[in-house]
Ligand binder design. Structure first.
Ligand SMILES: *[C@@H]1O[C@H](CO)[C@@H](O)[C@H](O)[C@H]1NC(C)=O
Ligand SMILES: *[C@@H]1O[C@H](CO)[C@@H](O)[C@H](O)[C@H]1NC(C)=O
Ligand SMILES: *[C@@H]1O[C@H](CO)[C@@H](O)[C@H](O)[C@H]1NC(C)=O
Ligand SMILES: *[C@@H]1O[C@H](CO)[C@@H](O)[C@H](O)[C@H]1NC(C)=O
Ligand SMILES: *[C@@H]1O[C@H](CO)[C@@H](O)[C@H](O)[C@H]1NC(C)=O
Length: 459
């Protein structure tokens, strides 16, 4: 009996010391109310600590108050190093909506399969040491909207990844991992992605993906019918070639080593590659092909000849010249960027069909003259960028609205203007309510008008 009391006392004392000591192990932040657990080095310690508390003492600018587990909707880990999640602890918080378990040593997330965290919407597991996502670990998180798995060491994701979270999920961040391939199977039927209940963004940028494995099944998506957008960011990987037939709304494959691409996407961003040929299984609305090796748009093939293209950017490719019929079918074009493509002249009629065009960038070419006839069709042009050419004269500048009735902004820096001529342009544009766009590289210690360099009249 004496022994028992003695034992009880010892246990009691140890607990007391532990609990007092560990009050350093958490704090609350208010507005919104969040529980921050910190300084643990072991999963078991967290579990024990959570189980020993039913009420948490919070402090709001010196005002102490008590919060019960059910009141917390957010938990954050700080300075915790654990290899798996303390599920017994998390299960004690029935209303948890956000768990931020980033910056730890978590290797496995399989424990989630036993967790019925039906309210969890944001799960942050970024900056951990996860290598594999297998057996649909998130399958019981039916309300998950945002899953952050960035900055791990994930090499493989299985194709049933989306099961059960597909109705609620809106963003999955898998950037900065070690994935080597993208399996289009993920987007095919049998894998529930056709049950999409939200616009979905999947970040797969900054991985080591070389291969796109085309699905053998049918693409399940018919996003236009569903009314949802699927955005796939595959930029900064190691692709050399891609053929993807599944319907993706926004496909970003910038910063790879791509030479040719076949895609079925509405918006396609392929900047900074080595593209020589490009084929579309659909009519995209937005196409960005900046910094590639294109020499002609003859090697860019759209399903039905560019009819739907609204924005086209082919800046910094070495075209040299553009054939007169280049844009003839792009009647819906609103934005066209032809910056730095080596144009020395513009053939009369090149822009003849672009009645909807609102933005035209001709900057950093070698244009020394062009006629106002070139612009006669551009009834809706609002912005014209002529920076960085060799212009000395500007067509009809005194009555520019006769040619471009909607013009609002014009950029003229980096040309060969004489100072008196440029000041006439400026005055005249003021009257006509056309705004000279401020120089991006303003000249300070040479002759200039509002930062736009100009020369002696003799030049
Ligand atoms: C992290 O927690 C450990 C105890 O587990 C502590 O010694 C250390 O000072 C903490 N570091 C920071 C930055 O809070
Ligand atoms: C998640 O927790 C980390 C601490 O580990 C913190 O730096 C970060 O700001 C938190 N993120 C959000 C969105 O609360
Ligand atoms: C996850 O936490 C990291 C900090 O560790 C933060 O940068 C990131 O924004 C967070 N993600 C979400 C979805 O809150
Ligand atoms: C999906 O995106 C479209 C276009 O951006 C938007 O109009 C729509 O409201 C979004 N749908 C949902 C469910 O967020
Ligand atoms: C492209 O996507 C559309 C819409 O889902 C689909 O009908 C079409 O068959 C796809 N094209 C190819 C070549 O698979």
């Amino acid at each position: 009996m004496l022994f028992k009391i003695f034992f009880f006392l010892i246990v009691f004392c140890i607990c007391e010391i532990q609990i007092n000591g560990q009050s350093e192990n958490y704090f609350c932040s208010t507005n919104p109310l969040k529980l921050i657990l910190k300084g643990f080095r072991d999963v078991e310690d967290i579990e024990k600590f959570c189980q020993s508390k039913s009420n948490w003492e919070c402090d709001d600018y010196g005002q102490k108050f008590i919060v019960s587990q059910g009141e917390f909707t957010k938990i954050e880990f700080q300075n915790i190093s654990i290899t798996h999640l303390p599920m017994n602890c998390l299960s004690l918080f029935p209303n948890l909506k956000e768990l931020n378990a980033s910056n730890s040593e978590i290797e496995k997330v399989g424990e989630f399969t036993n967790y019925y965290g039906s309210h969890l919407e944001i799960l942050n597991l970024s900056r951990n040491k996860i290598k594999k996502i297998e057996n649909s670990p998130f399958r019981n998180l039916g309300n998950l909207k945002y899953l952050d798995l960035s900055y791990n060491q994930i090499e493989v994701i299985e194709s049933n990844f989306f099961n059960n979270i597909v109705k609620s999920i809106a963003k999955i961040d898998l950037s900065y991992n070690k994935l080597k391939q993208f399996d289009e199977q993920l987007l095919s039927d049998g894998y529930q992605i056709y049950n999409l209940g939200n616009n979905l963004t999947i970040q797969l940028d900054n991985n080591l993906i070389e291969k796109f494995l085309p699905t053998r099944k049918n693409c399940a998506l018919n996003l236009e019918n569903l009314g949802f957008k699927l955005t796939l960011d595959l930029s900064d990987n190691l692709f050399k070639s891609i053929e993807s037939k599944c319907d993706i709304t926004v496909l970003d494959i910038s910063n790879n080593q791509l030479k040719d691409v076949k895609a079925n996407a509405t918006e396609v961003i392929v900047n900074n590659n080595k593209i020589k040929t490009m084929n579309f299984f659909t009519d995209p609305n937005i196409v960005s092909l900046k910094n590639n090796d294109l020499q002609s748009l003859d090697y860019v093939n759209f399903l039905s000849a560019f009819k739907n293209v609204q924005e086209l950017d082919i800046s910094n490719n070495l075209f040299g010249s553009l054939k007169i019929e280049t844009f003839a079918d792009m009647r819906n074009l609103k934005k066209l960027s032809l910056r730095g493509i080596g144009l020395t002249k513009i053939l009369f009629g090149l822009f003849g069909q672009l009645r909807k065009l609102e933005y035209l960038d001709l900057s950093y070419n070698d244009l020394s003259t062009f006629d106002h006839q070139n612009f006669l069709a551009l009834d809706n042009l609002k912005t014209l960028d002529l920076s960085g050419n060799k212009l000395r004269m500007l067509f009809n500048f005194e009555n520019i609205k006769e040619i471009l009735p909607k013009l609002q902004f014009i950029a003229l820096e980096g040309n060969k203007w004489s100072c008196s001529y440029l000041s006439l342009i400026k005055k005249s544009f003021n009257k006509q309510q056309v705004q000279l766009i401020e120089a991006k590289k303003p000249v300070k210690n040479e002759r200039n008008i509002f930062g736009i360099q100009c020369y002696f009249d003799e030049l």
